[in-house]
Ligand binder design. Sequence first.
Ligand code: GLU
Length: 419
Amino acid sequence: MEPILSGAFNQFNEAADQLKLADEMRAYLTSFKTVFQTQFPVEMDDGSLKMFDGIRILHNTARGPSKGGIRYSARVSLDEVKALAMLMTWKCAVVDIPFGGAKGGVTVDPASMSPNELQNLTRRFTSEIIPIIGPDKDIPAPDMGTNPQTMAWMMDTYSMTQGYTIPGVVTGKPLALGGSEGRFEATGRGILNVIEEHLRAEGGIAGRRVAVQGFGNVGGIAARLIHQAGAKVTHISDKDTALYHRDGIDAAAAYAFVAGGGTLAAWREQFGRDVEVVDGPAVLAADVDILVPAALESVLTEENAAAVRAPLIVEGANGPTTTEADAIFRERGIVVIPDILANAGGVTVSYFEWVQARQFQRWTEERVNQELGRIMARAYQAVSARCPIGSPGCTLRQAANWVAIERVVEAVSLRGIYP
Ligand code: GLU
C-alpha cells in the first residue's frame, strides 16, 4: 500500500479507536462507494493514438453529493486517489458543507501534452465518467495539474451530451462560465484564515517568519496572501528552485510573475538578485515560525521530520505528512494544522460556486471571502475546542478527524441502511 493510503487508513483507525466506533461502521467508512477505472484513447497532435489510465472514486455520499478534484499527474494511482477521496469526505465534513468525498485523476504529465492534446484527453475522460458525475451526484473540480480551462472543457463536454448548459456539474470554472469570484484564490486564502485564527490569541501573523513549499495555485497564492498580511515569507520554492531571503521575499511580485507563465528561477534572475538560491530540503528545514508544505504529498517523512525547525506546520497540500513524521512532530511538540482543515478553503468556495450555479446567482468577491472566512473560523473553532492549544493528550489532526468522522457517522446513522 502506498504511504498516503496507509496513512489515511491509519489516521481513520486511530480516530475510530478513540471514538469507539463499531466494527460495522469502521468497515463501511473504510470502503469506497464507487471505484471507476478506465483506459481510454486520445488522439495526439501527430495523428497517433495513445492510451491513458483514468480513475474516479467516490468514497462516501452520506452527507450529500460527492465532491473532489481531478488531478493530472504521472504519479496518479488507485491508492493515491482512494486516499484523497477519503480525505475529501472528512474535509467537507470538517467545514460542514453538504458534500461527500470523491477524487479523480489521469496518469499523465500535463507538461508533456499540448493544449490541444489536453483538451482531447479531458473531453474523452469526461465522457467516460459521465455515468458517475452530475450536479446532484458527483461534482469534480481542479486539483494538481488541472485548472479552470480543464473545468470549462469538462462542463462543455457534459453539457453537450445532456443537450443544455449545466454549470453545476463542475466547480473551479472560469468566471465567464459561471465560476465564482474568489474560487481561484480560495485554498490559499483559507490557509491564511486558519493561521490567523490559530494565532489570534498570540498576536496574529504579522511579523512571523514563514516558509512555503510549492508555488502553484495553493502555495503561490498562500505565500502571496501571507506576505500581504505582513508576515516575512523567507522561503518559497517550486519544483525546480528554492529561494531564501532573511528579511522576506516579495511573494506577491514573484506570484504575479509565475502566474504570467514564468518560473521562480527566471523571476530571481530578472527581479530578485538579492534573493539566495538554496536547496529544496532547506525549505522544509527552515528556521521559521510557520512551515506551509503546499506541493506534493508525503514530503515530511521519518527521514526529514527531525530536521524540521518550525514549531507550527500548516498543511496546504493533501497528505504532506506521513504517519511516522506525524508521530515525530507530536513527540517534539510541533503543532500541525491538518490538511482537511487547513486546505478546505478551496472546496468551501467550490460549494459557494455550486450554490450560485444552481440559483443562477452571482456573489461579489467580498461576500465570498467573508463567508469563507466565517466558515474557516467556525471549522477551526470546532476542531480546536476538541483539542485546545497546549493539550498534551491530543493533536489538531486527531481533533479534526473526530469532528469529521462524527458528522459522517451521524449522517449514516440517521439515514440507515437501504433497503
Ligand atoms: N482539489 C481541491 C481539494 O483537494 C478542491 C476540491 C473541490 O473544490 O471540489 O480540496
